[in-house]
Design a protein around this ligand. Sequence first.
Ligand code: ACO
Length: 155
Amino acid sequence: MDIRQATIDDLLGMQNANLLNLPENYTFKYYLYHALTWPELSYVAVDPAGRIVGYILAKMAEEPSSEASGHVTSISVLRPYRRLGLANRLMKQSQQAMVAHYNAAYITLHVRKSNRAAISLYRDALGFEVHAMEKGYYADGEDAYGMRFVFKPKD
Ligand code: ACO
């Protein structure tokens, strides 16, 4: 499976994968906003036929701050392609680009408290830590963990 930077032509495929995988969905305009504003940060995993089987949609924080920080808006992998290391590779590509292009000091994301697979990916495989608990963050009232990965000088 190939991992490559997402282009405008990939956005519908990314949106489709998101709709299949997650209850947190976004307008096409929001995908476009990511791709036009931070084109280096979003990636897709494609099968040999070129179909999108996973994606990471990422951005930089827009609030003024002393340190630049990246944010993972959404990541998912289609069910038959899970546990192949694709999410890990997508995250690492985006992380590298956040540092290389924007000098990010850290990365943030939100994840449902019940999402054991994603929490394990972030915490155990990638080294994120829980930074905050946000009560009722999701539309259905579920709490979120706010997680954070701080780059070390060598990252
Ligand atoms: N159970 C336990 N640990 C898991 C699981 C799981 N089901 N899936 C991944 N992990 C952990 C493991 O440590 C794994 O390493 P290992 O396979 O060597 O044990 C590590 O994460 C890396 O796994 P990958 O194969 O890279 O992960 P995958 O490509 O399967 O994608 C993802 C993981 C994105 C969470 C996938 O399960 C998915 O798409 N889920 C539905 C959508 C979703 O929940 N997205 C995240 C929402 S939060 C957000 O978008 C910011």
